[in-house]
Write a protein that binds this ligand. Structure first.
Ligand SMILES: [Ca+2]
Ligand SMILES: [Ca+2]
Length: 222
């Protein structure tokens, strides 16, 4: 009986030791886990910083490349502009608004004016933008334009073969095809009445055969 009691006490004492070892082992594991978690968190932070730095470095490199490309593009554009200007200035043409244009110093009829332009690889002015209208108006002259309804009365067409569309700059009451007796008005001029104190400005259809206007030619720079 004494032996049995002794064995029981011995087993209980052993169980306490095992429980204590287990608790200690558990605390060690928890400590190691906390340490690993802390190091993992530090590593993740460091990786995020490195990724951000890499992106910034790439962005800086990209921006630098873009700046160099823009500089090269500006240089090419400038050289192209210079070349166009030189090509344009043959035959007394002027470079401006992206095109070569010529304003005459004498008056001819519409056909003669157009032929003068065509002999110099150009044609009468086609106006589809306000910038060109403003350019033509800036000379304060009556100027033949590349617009007519010679083929079909009332159906105006530009010399580049395109039909007339908006915007248009007709003077009030124009086109009327009837000012001149016994003559159809099939060619269009920019009318400027400033030399006769007439306040009217704008497009007017007029007989193609009369020498009433100067003319403007245009051609692409090259
Ligand atoms: Ca007409
Ligand atoms: Ca008219």
């Amino acid at each position: 009986m004494k032996t049995a009691w002794f064995l029981l006490l011995f087993c209980l004492a052993g169980a306490d030791d095992i429980r204590w070892d287990f608790q200690q082992f558990k605390r060690q594991l928890e400590g190691q886990y906390a340490d690993l978690a802390s190091r993992l968190s530090t590593s993740e932070t460091k990786i995020a910083e490195l990724v951000a730095e890499l992106h910034k470095h790439k962005a800086d490199q990209l921006q630098s490349g873009l700046d160099q490309f823009q500089d090269s593009l500006n240089l090419v554009t400038k050289e192209q502009d210079c070349l166009r200007r030189k090509l344009c200035e043959r035959d007394g043409f002027t470079y401006g608004a992206g095109l070569c244009y010529y304003i005459s110093t004498e008056k001819k009829n519409w056909e003669e004016s157009r032929q003068w332009c065509r002999d110099r690889q150009s044609d009468l002015m086609v106006i589809k933008e306000k910038e060109k209208q403003d350019l033509v108006a800036s000379f304060n002259k009556r100027i033949w334009l590349g617009l007519s309804d010679s083929l079909v009365e009332g159906s105006f067409q530009w010399v580049d073969g395109t039909p007339l569309t908006t915007p248009t700059y007709w003077m009030p009451g124009e086109p009327e095809d009837s000012t001149y007796p016994n003559a159809e008005e099939d060619c269009v001029e920019y009318y400027d009445g400033s030399q006769s104190d007439d306040p009217n400005r704008g497009w007017n259809d007029a007989p193609c055969s009369i020498h009433i206007a100067y003319w403007m030619c245009e051609r692409v720079p090259c």
